[in-house]
Structure formats: C-alpha cells, structure tokens
Design a protein around this ligand. Structure first.
Ligand code: UD1
Length: 429
C-alpha cells in the first residue's frame, strides 16, 4: 500500500468551516504523533521486524514511512493503524537533504543509526517554522558517547569506532535531544546517564518501546534517565500511547464552542495542565479512566498561561488555547517560553476580530464577544489547529488555506469534527 492510498493529500486543499455550532458527542483520539515519529526510526536499532500498533494515519507518518523505505526497510502501513516494519536489510543510513528536510523527526535517524552502525549521515532536519531550532544538545550527547560529529554542506556526519556510556547533562530541557541520546546509548558499552532530561510522555513511550526490543532504559519520565547498554536488540510488537496534543486540541475546541464532548482513548494524567487551565477559566472537566468530558456552559474567563516543558502547559497547545482566550471575558497573558516563533497565527486570528498584541515572547489578549469568519492561512501545524478552533467559534464561514500543515498531525480531522456536529468540509482546488 502506498502512502497516497491512505489519503496523503495534495497541498492545495482548504477547509471551509461554518462556525457557531457547539461540539457535542464522543471523539476518539489517535496514537501520539510525537511518539511514533521517534519509535519508527528506533526500529532501525533492532535490525528485525517490529509491529507498531495505534499508528496515526497522518502525513508525517507517511513521509517517515517513505524515508524508511528509501533507506531499505520493508514497511507496510495498514488501514487498521498497524505498521509492520523490517529494518534488517538496511545496511547504512544516509539521508540527504531531499529526504530529511521533509520532517523534523528525521534527526532521530542519527541516534538510531549511530547505535546500530556506529555511523550516520543525515541532513539538518526540517519541520515547523516556529523559531530557531538548534540541535547542539543532540550533538553534545553523541560526542559524549564517543562519536565524531562533523557538519559538512548541511549533512550531519557521525562516526564512532565504538560507543561508550557516559554522563550527559543537558543544558536545555530538550525532548529531541533526550530521545536521540537514548537511541544512541541503548547499544553503547556500559552505562549512560542523561541528566536534566525532558519528561514528556513520548519519552516514556519511546523508552518502553526500546525496552520491548530488549534495551535497559530506566527512569524515563523523570529528569534522570539511566541506560545500561545491551549487545543487541530484537523485534517486538508495541502499541503507541494516545496523542495528548490531539486530545488537548479537541478539549479546547469543545470548550471554545460551548460544547459537551467526551474525549476518549486518552491518558488523563498527560493532560493535567490543560484540564487545570480549562477549569480555571470556567470549563467543567471530568476525568474518567481513559476519557475526559469537557463541558462549557458559562461565560469563560481570561487567564495567564506560560508554556513549559512537561508537566507544564504544552507549547503545542498554546495556539488553540489562545484562540479560546480571545473570546473569554477580560485580559489574558500568554508567555511562550519554548519557541520564539509560535505567535505567527496571531495575525490570522486578528483578521477575524481578535484583539491580541504580541511583544516578544508574550501576547496580551483582550477578550472580544465573538470572532467573524474570514479567509485565513495555517502557518504551521499547531497554528492550523488554532485556525480550526477559530473557525468553529466564528460567525459565518472561515476558509483555511495550507491545510497540509494540519494533515501532518491530525488524523481525519474534518471527519472527527463532523461526528461532533461541526459544519466543516474540505475543498480541493
Ligand atoms: C518536540 C516536539 C514538538 C514540541 C517540542 C516541545 C516532536 C517531533 N516534536 O520538538 O512538537 O513543541 O518538543 O515540547 O516530538 N533546544 C536547544 N538545543 C537543542 C535542542 C533544543 O537549544 O539541541 C531548544 C529549542 O530551541 C527549544 C527547546 O530547546 O527552545 C525545546 O526544544 P525540544 O524539546 O528539543 O523540541 P523538539 O524536540 O524539536
């Protein structure tokens, strides 16, 4: 089956939303994009067949599937969200610009290939344009494990005679660096300790996946991760955790439209910062075992939000949450402490009548009574989620361009929303 068979979409599509309908009903959350984007490259370490379940059918996954196929893996992605991937035939990892630029997570190929082949050549990664995204901490980790790292015409070249465990203190809390160093270290000799590690749920999920392949990774989810190197790994079957960012987006959309939605197939613990903030602004949120009910009846109040590494409020939900706050009573202040370029969507939402002022990393939002539909553009993935929330609450029709950004991370987005009563359709040029 080719990626296109599963609905990979051309660039010129738009979403048209007729706003003003409260979302009601139950929505199923897909597997976590950010986890699967680490787990797929991690299969390289086993050189064996892995079966990954609960894989979201999103364009980032199709792209990564194509990259793995180009590298020599046998990959099958099925409609039932199962990916079978056999990396035994891959003999080296050379991912030039044309491949790596398509996806930020292509940098995980470096850690995985370094672990398996002690060598990797991968171009600087692509991804959302949300500010500078250095990878110095990844490189520091690879070097600490004994790899030489050279940057040559945009290609990151890593090579080691052998990898040896080491103690690595991350100068910034980085999800990508934590995962990449884990990938390189599982087959290194001896013990690696990552200090000031990121604690996001997908770090735990990647560690669990590595352990299912025979690795010995302990402490993932805390800020000290200990890895005892093993000689080899083997294939396994593994099911990816639910996408807390997708879940959070629909929680925010439910609240913003004054709806009543059960967000199903979630791990409520992963959403505590979002739940707490929604409650603070006047939304009713009830947690069950694997679902969360979000119900908004009252006028919502403004709030102060600062994005932080997990378990703080996620930067990936800053944009949709800001749209919700744009129609909440009073003044809200949102500080973006992770990526400086994550306010690009503001100009789009202002065209719909929002009153938002951005100064550096802070936005001040004065709540307005309502937004009005307009033609807007998704400037990146989560900005696209913000555009959708804006369209759902606006009076009249909103037309969102650059939908390909949204398709990178939200499986069947319009179908899921239609099931909740939204008036949304996709238009092809
Ligand atoms: C991941 C997520 C992304 C999320 C982000 C923060 C994936 C595929 N993407 O991105 O959705 O928004 O975490 O939760 O999982 N930094 C450095 N040097 C480095 C690495 C990072 O200075 O070597 C800085 C970055 O510029 C940023 C901060 O550290 O300011 C956090 O970045 P990081 O956690 O690495 O984000 P990503 O892994 O790129």
């Amino acid at each position: 089956m080719k990626a296109t068979d599963l609905g990979q979409l051309p660039y010129m599509e738009r979403l048209i939303i007729e706003g003003g309908y409260p979302l009601k009903g139950k929505i199923d959350v897909s597997g976590f994009k950010n986890a699967v984007l680490a787990i797929i490259p991690a299969t390289l370490l086993a050189g064996d067949k892995c079966i990954i379940e609960n894989v979201p059918l999103i364009s980032d996954v199709y792209i990564l599937k194509d990259i793995m196929t180009e590298l020599g893996a046998d990959v099958e992605l099925k409609y039932n969200n199962i990916m079978e991937i056999d990396t035994s035939k891959i003999k080296e990892c050379v991912a030039p610009y044309e491949l790596a630029k398509r996806l930020r997570a292509s940098y995980y190929l470096i850690g995985a290939a370094l672990g398996r082949f002690k060598e990797a050549k991968v171009s600087y990664p692509g991804g959302c344009d949300i500010g500078t995204r250095p990878i110095d901490q990844h490189i520091k980790g690879f070097e600490a494990l004994g790899s030489e790292v050279n940057i040559d015409h945009g290609l990151i070249k890593c090579r080691a005679d052998k990898l040896e465990g080491s103690k690595i203190y991350l100068d910034v809390v980085s999800v990508g660096a934590t995962i990449n160093i884990m990938l390189a270290a599982v087959l290194a000799e001896g013990k690696t300790i990552i200090e000031n590690a990121a604690k996001e749920p997908h770090i735990v999920d990647t560690a669990n996946f590595l352990n299912s392949m025979g690795a010995d990774v302990r402490g993932a989810g805390t800020d000290v991760i200990r890895i005892n190197g093993v000689e080899e790994l083997h294939g396994c079957t593994y099911s990816v955790i639910p996408d807390q960012i997708e879940a959070g987006t629909y929680m925010v959309a439910a609240a913003a439209t004054k709806g009543d939605v059960i967000v199903d197939n979630v791990i409520p613990k992963h959403l505590e910062s979002v739940t707490a903030k929604l409650k603070e602004i006047g939304v009713e949120v009830e947690e069950y075992g694997e679902s969360i009910r979000v119900c908004a009846k009252e006028e919502l109040k403004g709030a102060t939000i600062k994005t932080l590494p997990y378990p703080g409020f996620p930067t990936d939900l800053q944009q949709p949450m800001s749209v919700l706050l744009s129609v909440a009573e009073g003044t809200s202040v949102v500080t973006e402490s992770i990526f400086e370029g994550r306010f690009k969507y503001v100009d789009e939402i202002k065209r719909m009548g929002a009153n938002i002022k951005v100064d550096g990393r802070t936005s001040v939002i004065d709540g307005v009574k309502s937004l009005s539909g307009a033609k807007i553009s998704a400037t990146d993935l989560r900005a696209g989620a913000a555009c959708i929330v804006a369209g759902l609450i606006a009076n009249g029709a909103t037309e969102i361009e650059n939908v390909h950004h949204i398709d990178r991370g939200y499986e069947k987005v319009e179908q899921k929303l239609i099931n909740l009563g939204a008036k949304i359709r996709r238009v092809k040029e």
